[in-house]
Design a protein around this ligand. Structure first.
Ligand SMILES: Nc1ncnc2c1ncn2[C@@H]1O[C@H](COP(=O)(O)OP(=O)(O)OP(=O)(O)O)[C@@H](O)[C@H]1O
Ligand SMILES: [Mg+2]
Length: 354
C-alpha cells in the first residue's frame, strides 16, 4: 500500500507555506492550492460604499482599484506589521488598525487556500531575515486566530530550503520593503549569516518619483504610477530601448522619455546589495568562498528587473567572479520553501507548539 503524502488526505492537518511580504502575500498549501494577493485591506468609507461592495472588508487589487471609496491600510512595512516594534511615535488607533488589517489579511489568504472546516492548519510564515523578536511575535499573533499552529522563519532561508540549496549558497531576496541576504552553510542560518537592507522596491519607486518630478515638475505622477512603470520597464542594463510613458499634465496626457530616471532609480539598489554580499562572502570560511560565489540566487519581485543578474555578476568580479541565477518562480519561491519546511517538521513538533 502506498502511503498518502502528508497533508493531502481527507483527514489530518493541512500544511501551508505563507510568504507575508510588504507588497504581496503568497500562499501554497498541501491541498495543491496556491494564491497570491496584494497586501492591501480596505474598509468602506460610508454606507454608500458599503452597499457598493456588499462587504465589510475588501482586499488586494480590488481594494487598491477602489481606494477612493475605502479607508485603505497596508499592514506591512519593511516586511513586518507596521508599528509592531512598539514605535512610540505611532498613535494607538493606527497601531490597532494595522494589527487588525494584518489579521484580516491572514484570515483571508488562508480562506483562499480553502481548508475544509474542522481540519487543523499548520503554517510556516516567512519574514525578513532580521525581523525583531517583537515583530515576529506580532506576526504569530496575527496568524494564530486562523492557524492552529504557526512558526516564523527567515524568508531567504525558506527560499533556500525550497530549492534544496542548504549549503554554500547566497540567497538574495529582493522585495518591496526589504532586500534579505542570507548565506547557507548547511545548518540553520544565524544572525551573522543574514543582512537585511531597506533599499528595495519601495525605495526605487520613491526615487523614480523624485527624479521624474525634478526633471519634469509639471507632470502629475503618483507613487502607484511610478511602481507600475518600474514593473513594466524596470532595467539596470545599458540598452538602447527607451522608456517612454504617457502621463497627465493639467489633466491632459503628455508623452515623456524617462529612460535615464528609470535606469538610475533601478540601479540604486545594486551598490548596497554588492556591499552586503561582499561582507557575507568575505567573512565566510575562506576555503568555501569560491563555492558560495558560484551559487548566488536572486529571488523576490524585484529580481525581475532586466539585467540585474548580469550586473550583480559583474560586481562580484572583484571577489574572483561568481554565478548569479534567478529563481524560476519569484512570487512563490518563498511560500514553496515554507510549505516544504512545514511538511518536513515532524507531526510531534506541530502538536507540541499548538
Ligand atoms: N516585473 C517586475 N519588475 C520589477 N519589479 C517588479 C516586477 N514585479 C514586481 N516588482 C516589484 O517587486 C516588489 C515586490 O516583490 P515581492 O512580492 O517579492 O515583495 P514582498 O515579499 O511583498 O516584500 P518584502 O519581501 O520586502 O516584504 C515590488 O516593489 C514590485 O513593484
Ligand atoms: Mg518577500
Amino acid at each position: 500500500m502506498t502511503e498518502m503524502a502528508k497533508g493531502t488526505g481527507d483527514f489530518g492537518p493541512i500544511y501551508m507555506g505563507i510568504d507575508l511580504g510588504t507588497y504581496r502575500a503568497s500562499i501554497t498549501a498541501s491541498n495543491g492550492l496556491r494564491k497570491t494577493i496584494l497586501n492591501v485591506v480596505g474598509w468602506p468609507k460610508d454606507d454608500v460604499s458599503r452597499k457598493l461592495f456588499g462587504r465589510e472588508v475588501v482586499f488586494g487589487y480590488e481594494a487598491l482599484r477602489h481606494r477612493l471609496a475605502l479607508n485603505i491600510v497596508r499592514p506591512f512595512e519593511k516586511g513586518v506589521i507596521k508599528y509592531s516594534d512598539g514605535s512610540s511615535l505611532a498613535n494607538p488607533e493606527h497601531i490597532s488598525k494595522h494589527r487588525e488589517a494584518a489579521k484580516e489579511l491572514v484570515k483571508y489568504i488562508v480562506s483562499l487556500a480553502a481548508p475544509e472546516k474542522g481540519r487543523p492548519v499548520y503554517g510556516v510564515i516567512g519574514a525578513p531575515a532580521q525581523a525583531s523578536v517583537i515583530n515576529k511575535q506580532a506576526l504569530v499573533e496575527a496568524a494564530s486566530e486562523t492557524l492552529e499552529s504557526v512558526i516564523v522563519v527567515s524568508e531567504p532561508f525558506s527560499v533556500a530550503y525550497g530549492l534544496d540549496m542548504l549549503e554554500d549558497a547566497l540567497i538574495i531576496d529582493i522585495g518591496a520593503g526589504t532586500v534579505d541576504l542570507c548565506r547557507m552553510h548547511g545548518a540553520l542560518p544565524e544572525e551573522n549569516d543574514q543582512i537585511t537592507l531597506t533599499t528595495a522596491g519601495d525605495y526605487v519607486d520613491e526615487l523614480l518619483l523624485k527624479l521624474v518630478k525634478e526633471n519634469h515638475p509639471e507632470v502629475q505622477l503618483t507613487i502607484n504610477m511610478a511602481r507600475e512603470i518600474k514593473e513594466r520597464y524596470g532595467f539596470v542594463s545599458d540598452t538602447n530601448d527607451r522608456v517612454v510613458v504617457k502621463v497627465p499634465v493639467d489633466g491632459k496626457p503628455r508623452v515623456i522619455d524617462i529612460t535615464e530616471e528609470c535606469r538610475q532609480a533601478c540601479k540604486a539598489i545594486v551598490p548596497p546589495i554588492l556591499e552586503a554580499a561582499g561582507n557575507l562572502i568575505a567573512t565566510y570560511d575562506p576555503e568555501f568562498q569560491e563555492s558560495i560565489l558560484k551559487n548566488v540566487i536572486l529571488a523576490g519581485g524585484m529580481s525581475q528587473l532586466k539585467g540585474l543578474d548580469k550586473l550583480i555578476e559583474e560586481g562580484l568580479e572583484e571577489f574572483g567572479g561568481g554565478k548569479v541565477c534567478r529563481v524560476e518562480e519569484p512570487i512563490y519561491a518563498g511560500a514553496n520553501g515554507s510549505l516544504k519546511l512545514a511538511y518536513d517538521m515532524p507531526e510531534s513538533f506541530w502538536r507540541q507548539i499548538t
